[in-house]
Ligand binder design. Structure first.
Ligand code: 4AD
Ligand code: MG
Length: 456
């Protein structure tokens, strides 16, 4: 069995002068007349192993010296410590076998490639250090999120992916149908589900039902939005984490969000130290400092009204003029995170720009909602206390002209043991962008789906 390169790096002194078997992909191959060097990476770490091969000792020296970048190989050799060199050790090859050749037109050559170019080669870009680091962090953060909630006794709910309720109002939806245009519009009785069905934009409403049985639950799954907005922060398919907590208000909700964000970052310092160093060096200078500060800070809190006042008072040259009662533009979010020099909760939003289920405040103008804004990613989290009073809820549904026939079960939750409850949603990709410094959501999704892009 071959040894993982990561394992060797952890204890290379222990392998001193021992024979090792390693495999991986050729990152680089520099050969001269009598000897050559292969940089070998096996994906288990960002580090490569330098494999040295010599004409005198290697039977197939000629062949090996022509191995191309991207080929997969198996190497048997002796590990030698090299304290005077850049790498702490190298492997002197006794045997090198080609497992899979790589053709001359392999796109990932050892030079700098643009992110756009790599995006077009999403199936191969993962073999670069950058994307190896990004997607390892994505994996680790996902696990970390599960740990956070499981340690606190939250129940993991798999919310449905196909749904018939357009209740969220979170944006355009992808329709799920087997009619294929054979049916007159708006008649779905012959459709697969006998009604109009869509891919879910959020698992929140179902999570509320479960929270009112388990007290604390969370969803973590794919989410779909058909907005035709080509921004660096929106994808058509993304992953969302939605905790929902019973007998809890907006303050509890914010405390949970803050604890979760800090937990993820703290965990990352322990599990992905070399990846963070890599991002700090090549993607966002000062990233590690930024994340350390987050751990030590208490997140700022401002009301929407205060936020608009701050925008008015501090800057005049926004493209979009900040306005009371209106949503925050990206440039406003950016300014606010700079102003507070870190994450900031904006709470108590005008009811007109928020969803029907958010709890009405006493002023009858604003709702108990919160957005957590962070530098770089903008809105990382959106959440609220839910309207648990049936009469208030029905009033909002009517005011907004929402067809409530699909919401009967949601209203039941207010009829049978309803209680104060709250929750939020965090886009996983926004979190990954925040902790890696990557500025385009397409580069933190394995195979991104955005308008006109559904390759691979
Ligand atoms: O603010 P949103 O739309 O809130 C909800 O869906 C609520 N049901 C959440 C809840 O209270 N349970 O979305 C929540 C988060 C956003 O803050 C953002 O991080 C992410 O989901 N998000 C997107 N991420 C990538 N691409 C998109 N198109 C996104 N839309 C929202
Ligand atoms: Mg939102």
């Amino acid at each position: 069995m071959a040894i993982e390169i990561k394992k060797i790096y952890i204890d290379y002194v222990g392998y001193k002068d021992k024979e090792v078997l390693i495999n991986g992909w050729v990152r680089n191959n520099r050969s001269q007349k009598e000897f050559g060097f292969i940089d070998l990476n096996d994906g288990t770490t960002l580090e490569t192993v330098q494999v040295v091969y010599e004409a005198q000792t290697l039977e197939n020296f000629k062949e090996v010296s022509k191995f191309r970048v991207g080929s997969s190989i198996v190497v048997k050799g002796v590990l030698v410590l090299t304290p005077q060199m850049k790498q702490p050790f190298e492997v002197k090859a006794k045997e090198i076998i080609l497992e899979g050749d790589s053709l001359d037109d392999y796109p990932i050559q050892p030079k700098r490639h643009s992110r756009e170019f790599l995006r077009e080669n999403a199936h191969l870009r993962v073999r670069t250090n950058l994307f190896n680091a990004v997607f390892r962090v994505r994996s680790v953060v996902s696990f970390s999120i599960h740990k956070f909630f499981q340690e606190r006794g939250f129940v993991y709910l798999h919310a449905p992916i196909i749904t018939a309720s357009d209740a969220e109002g979170a944006g355009e939806m992808f329709q799920v149908t087997t009619l294929n245009g054979k049916q007159p519009e708006e008649n779905y009785s012959n459709d697969f589900f006998g009604k109009k069905a869509n891919l879910s934009v959020s698992g929140q409403l179902q999570a509320e039902a479960y929270a009112l049985a388990f007290k604390n639950v969370y969803t973590f799954g794919p989410t779909f939005r058909a907005e035709n907005s080509n921004t660096t922060r929106h994808a058509s398919e993304f992953w969302m984490i939605e905790p929902e907590i019973a007998f809890a208000d907006l303050k509890d909700d914010m405390a949970l969000a803050e604890a979760m964000v800090k937990y993820i970052i703290k965990d990352l310092f322990q599990t992905c130290e070399s990846e963070l160093k890599f991002f700090d060096q090549f993607v966002e200078k000062g990233l590690i400092d930024k994340l350390r500060k987050v751990l030590e800070s208490k997140f700022a809190v401002v009301t929407h009204k205060e936020a608009i006042d701050i925008l008015f008072a501090n800057s005049k040259d926004f493209d979009v003029k900040p306005e009371h009662g209106k949503d925050l533009a990206t440039e406003h979010e950016k300014f606010l995170t700079k102003f507070f020099n870190g994450p900031v909760f904006v709470i108590d939003w005008p009811k007109e720009i928020k969803a029907f289920y958010m709890r009405m405040n006493e002023d009858n103008e604003t709702v108990a909602a919160m957005d957590l804004l962070v530098p770089g990613s903008g809105e990382l989290i959106g959440g609220s206390q839910r309207e648990e009073r049936l009469d208030y809820l029905e009033k909002r549904i009517n005011e907004l002209g929402i067809d409530d026939k699909d919401l009967w079960w949601y209203k039941d939750l207010r009829k049978y043991g309803g209680c104060k409850h709250a929750g939020f949603g965090m886009g996983l990709e926004r979190m990954i962008m925040y902790v890696t410094g990557i500025d385009n959501i397409r580069d933190v999704l394995p195979f991104p789906r955005t308008p006109k892009k559904c390759e691979f």
